[in-house]
Design a protein around this ligand. Sequence first.
Ligand SMILES: Cc1ncc(COP(=O)(O)O)c(C=O)c1O
Length: 391
Amino acid sequence: MAQISKPDTRPANPRFSSGPCAKRPGWSLEALEDAALGRSHRAKIGKSKLAQAIDETREILNVPADYRIGIVPASDTGAVEMAMWSLLGQRGTDVVAWESFGAGWVTDAVKQLKLTDVRTFEAPYGEIVDFAEVDFDRDVVFTWNGTTSGVKMPNGDAIPADRQGLTICDATSAAFAQDLPFDKLDVVTFSWQKVMGGEAAHGMLILSPRAVERLESYKPAWPLPKIFRMTKNGKLIEGIFKGETINTPSMLCVEDYLDALAWGKSIGGLDALKARANANLKVVEDFVAANDWIGFLAKRPEIRSNTSVCLTFTDPDLVAQPEDAQNAFAKGVASLLEKEGVALDIGAYRDAPAGLRIWCGATVEASDLEALMPWLAWAYETQKGELKKAA
Ligand SMILES: Cc1ncc(COP(=O)(O)O)c(C=O)c1O
């Protein structure tokens, strides 16, 4: 490819970060004017806003009526760890990972909880574990959409409906963009800062009736800090799942989540949100199909994420370089794009292979991705030119 000139059009919004993700189209601080600020979250107004956040989450995500939904501390990590610390240890556990966040849950189970009967299954970046090897009569911990590799579960077919164990699913970059088969999932977690473009710090914890049964019948051998405790005297604290949060939430963040949910509903709910993410992925897929120097980390389309879309440079000259050089090249491309103000925060995750990661969740506009694609080619060529000059 010859040296190319800068494209004429820039994305109207250059925010393609994988979390916190872009705010919904048209968002401004005015959206938060009705926030219940300076009021107790236990006052009627605060409680009703928290309950509304739970109710609308249920409505948009089609969460079954008998599943509990709670707003919990410490974002998605808080929700996952609360579930792991409260539920695991009653039976054997399988922990499944194919990228950095899943690997974090492996560490939790093996090195922190030090579970005595634990098996781990890991796949390299770009691939997924063979779920046929996983035993769903044990508890299973996994991430639905691996944000740092752009690999997602294709569906829930591998999970038997009549399993004996619980499935604990970190769905933070999948919720609102991909189908989550709740009948196959006992614990689902996510944070507001992802597909809906909300704020971080609050986690959502969704529990099946079987997960609640476990909470009420099993007491882990280890101590539980107050922010993990969901039962009292062996009974579920139902208030947590009605908006009576364990500790103080930010009512500003709650207002922002309500605004995001209202937007989601206004465009047509889950189907529309999924369609936006799919259309966004399609823009990148068309670009990759037309350019032989770039490819997806997730080569198989059925496991390719429509939110955290991870790309690698496939030019044989680059692939032949040592890892450090490949990382430096990819960082150079991302930094050129950032300097031009056309794409912010799209470098691959620190533990992932060299490349770019472009968020394609529902709050991103397809027109912005369309405007970005020619810039990728420009930045790639420019960075290659720099390499040639240095050689
Ligand atoms: C799959 C996955 N799990 C967990 C986390 C951690 O989320 P939080 O920072 O909201 O706790 C992230 C954040 O990007 C993630 O993508």
